[in-house]
Design a protein around this ligand. Structure first.
Ligand code: ATR
Length: 280
């Protein structure tokens, strides 16, 4: 295709990264908006992450996404870290600025909140207590997002209590660590339940929790997206809860990253969702 538009190159660094749905998402938007560019897979071994990030400018990249296992390791490799990303303690987006310096962002927090708002436009973080299951890497952006949006009471349940306590100490109020054995009590009065553990993922055990104590108006969200309908979400729907699947977060975190590199905030079309769903 002959075009006057500048060619814009972006990608995703991870290891392994072959399964990533990000190329499908970003290349859909490049086509949809008639842009000139490409979004490519960048398989980067952990010991090469410094060379890879530092090489972005020389290779003419507008930037890239950073995924597992590099989200923390890439932080010291950029010149500037957005304050929200600094609070989360991880970056998922690198932008090569016009002057060649590198800026690090985290769009997972935005993506998570937006996935809740897509499911329930009137959703508010301060509607009631929030129960978060899991205190791993994925929980960090969600905890910071919920606290920033004004959640007043966040009950953080994790199998290893010490990890929940460490996060509660790091992020401070309104997060409280709760022992894993008390996860059903922690559903009492909650307005939102979110699973950030890997339980329920294809090949893993389902999450072992009964929802009887959860008020019917509570939203139930799962960041797992393979399968799209986890046993948790199926059980929630059965009880009449609004269930929010993990694909919403994946799609929404991509939007501000795309905007950084390509200059426009892309829309989530039903066609894009269908396209990505077909790969799950
Ligand atoms: P991620 O970056 O995807 O969050 P992670 O950092 O390995 O991955 O975290 C996985 C989360 O799932 C942790 O909260 C983990 O609990 P521990 O901190 O106790 O390891 C949780 N998890 C994994 N398997 C679990 C299981 N069988 N029962 C309960 N929690 C589990």
């Amino acid at each position: 295709m002959v075009t006057d538009k500048p060619f814009i190159l972006a990608g995703v660094m991870g290891w392994p990264v072959a399964h990533s749905r990000s190329p499908a998402i970003h290349n859909y938007w490049i086509r949809h908006y008639g842009l000139n560019g490409s979004y490519v897979l960048l398989p980067v071994q952990p010991e090469r992450i410094t060379d890879a990030v530092r090489g972005l400018r020389a290779l003419g990249f507008a930037g890239c996404n950073i995924t597992i296992p590099h989200k923390v390791a890439a932080m010291p490799l950029v010149d500037r870290i957005d304050p929200l990303a600094a609070r989360i303690g991880a970056i998922n987006t690198v932008v090569v600025e016009k002057d060649g310096t590198l800026a690090g962002y985290n769009t997972d927090a935005y993506g998570y909140i937006q996935s809740l708002l897509d499911a329930q436009p009137a959703w508010r973080a301060d509607a009631g207590p929030v129960t978060v299951l899991g205190a791993g890497g994925a929980a960090r952006a969600i905890l910071v997002a919920l606290a920033e949006r004004g959640a007043k009471d966040i009950r953080l349940c994790n199998r290893s209590l010490d990890k929940a306590q460490a996060l509660a100490a790091e992020f401070g109020a309104p997060i409280r660590a709760v022992p894993w054995e008390q996860r059903e009590e922690a559903l009492e009065d909650a307005a939102l339940l979110v699973n950030t553990t890997s339980l329920g993922m294809k090949g893993q055990d389902p999450l072992d929790i009964r929802l009887e104590r959860l008020p019917r108006h509570a939203l139930v969200s799962d960041i797992v997206y393979v399968p799209l309908e986890t046993p948790l979400l199926a059980a929630a729907r059965e009880r009449g809860h609004i269930a929010v699947d993990g694909l919403g977060m994946l799609l929404n975190q991509a939007r501000p990253a795309f905007q950084h590199w390509f200059g426009l905030l892309p829309e989530l079309t039903p066609e894009l969702r269908r396209l990505v769903e077909a790969t799950l």
